[in-house]
Design a protein around this ligand. Structure first.
Ligand code: KMH
Ligand code: ZN
Length: 277
């Protein structure tokens, strides 16, 4: 019997703009309302970025604190803060959400560098070691973000060094221009590299989001969806928020014979303590 499927809603991101979609949440209140709609639709985890009021991506601690507090008031969803931020940000800038009180349940740990469209997303080993140490000190669970197969292999080396411990939850981000592309063959290859008893989530970029979510759910993995990675529900039809994509992925999970995980089930599976607001 396959485990319940954890749906992660990436509701904001750093790259999607209001010009591309009017449904992008920006303020703490908008993020909290969207998080609650996603929870209602079947999401157990929110992958969280924040923006300044003008839409500029930021990793500002005070804005993360406001968003975390508002989401916690709105629902019981697991909150995974980004430590990736936007390309070009410094390590200290990116690490700010880890300083919030109480800390987020979870955070991303980006496992390696890559060309990111026309930019470069830098994650040298020194940064990964530093971020893993900061998360461990605060009791924050990590999801290992892998944009290519070498990043999965890098995680195995980091585990040998004692920087991370295995098994761990991996997230295969597929379809970034510069990373591994979104195909069944590539997903099966990534899964073949996964250390034993580790779990995988799949974040397909753009039009690959829903097909890759469906495939991941059939192969026993979890799925991430939302406006950070894809703004369309179907060809030419904007999703009126990440919750519409979550509802679709929840249908796909049930069709694949998977129960949709509640936040409480996700906390147990991801070994996360419930923190009070
Ligand atoms: N915005 C991307 C450059 C994360 O959240 O940890 C990185 C990102 C990854 O979104
Ligand atoms: Zn992100």
């Amino acid at each position: 019997m396959a485990s319940p499927a954890i749906i992660t809603a990436a509701i904001c991101g750093a790259e999607t703009t209001r010009e591309q979609t009017p449904y992008l949440p920006i303020t703490a209140e908008e993020l909290a309302a969207e998080a609650a709609r996603c929870r209602e639709a079947g999401a157990a985890v929110i992958h969280l970025h924040v923006r300044k009021n003008d839409g500029t991506p930021t990793q500002d601690k005070a804005l993360f604190q406001k968003a975390l507090d508002a989401i916690r008031r709105a629902c019981d969803i697991v909150i995974q803060t980004s430590t990736g931020g936007a390309v070009g940000m410094s390590a200290d800038e990116r690490a700010q959400p880890l300083e919030c009180v109480p800390p987020p349940d979870m955070a991303t740990l980006n496992a390696g560098s890559l060309n990111f469209g026309d930019d470069v997303f830098l994650n040298p080993f020194s940064l990964v070691r530093d971020f893993a140490k900061r998360m461990r000190a605060k009791g924050i669970a990590y999801e290992l973000e892998c944009y290519d197969v070498g990043h999965v292999e890098a995680c195995l080396r980091l585990a040998e060094e004692g920087v991370i411990s295995l098994p761990a939850p991996f997230d295969f981000v597929m379809g970034v221009r510069g990373g591994i592309q979104a195909s069944e063959e590539n997903l099966r290859f990534l899964i073949s590299k996964l250390p034993s008893r580790s779990t995988f989530n799949v974040a397909g970029v753009g039009r690959h989001q829903l097909p890759l979510a469906e495939l991941s759910l059939k192969l026993g993995g979890h799925a991430r969806c939302g406006l950070e990675d894809n703004i369309y529900l179907s060809k030419g039809v904007l999703a009126k928020g990440s919750h519409e994509l979550v509802a679709r992925v929840a249908q796909l999970a049930r069709a694949a014979g998977r129960e949709v995980a509640t936040p409480a089930q996700a906390r147990e599976m991801l070994r996360i303590e419930r923190r009070s607001a």
